[in-house]
Unconditional design. Structure first.
Length: 123
């Protein structure tokens, strides 16, 4: 079962996914600059991520390492979105995404390639 990460936890994880292993202080400095969090807020969220098994704490200086890859979190969030808003139907999500904006010829070609690649895997 995937670990459920809340928005605040995803903010901390995003820093680690982008920057790699960092100390809690470094994460705190980045999140203070980006979204105005104070050090206590960041440390509290990091501790929640550690308790969930999303981050491993090490030394020196409370070095944080992401245990969950970004792709796994994206997959879990996508599955939750599809289940919650589209009755578990990927088709409905795909139709909703395509209906929201005019796609360029290049974007349509790229989507056709993705679908074609998936079709080849199934054969």
């Amino acid at each position: 079962m995937a670990v459920k990460l809340f928005d605040s936890e995803l903010k901390v994880m995003s820093v680690l996914w982008k920057e790699g292993d960092m100390t809690a202080k470094q994460i705190s400095d980045i999140l203070k600059a980006e979204i105005g969090w104070n050090m206590n807020t960041t440390y509290t969220v990091i501790k929640k991520c550690i308790a969930k098994g999303a981050i491993q704490r090490g030394e020196p200086h409370f070095l944080c390492h992401a245990l969950i890859p970004k792709e796994a979190a994206q997959e879990a969030e996508t599955d939750e979105l599809i289940g919650k808003l589209y009755d578990g139907s990927v088709d409905k999500l795909f139709a909703a995404l395509l209906g929201r904006k005019k796609l360029s010829a290049e974007q349509i070609a790229a989507l056709k390639q993705i679908v074609g690649d998936l079709d080849e895997v199934d054969k």
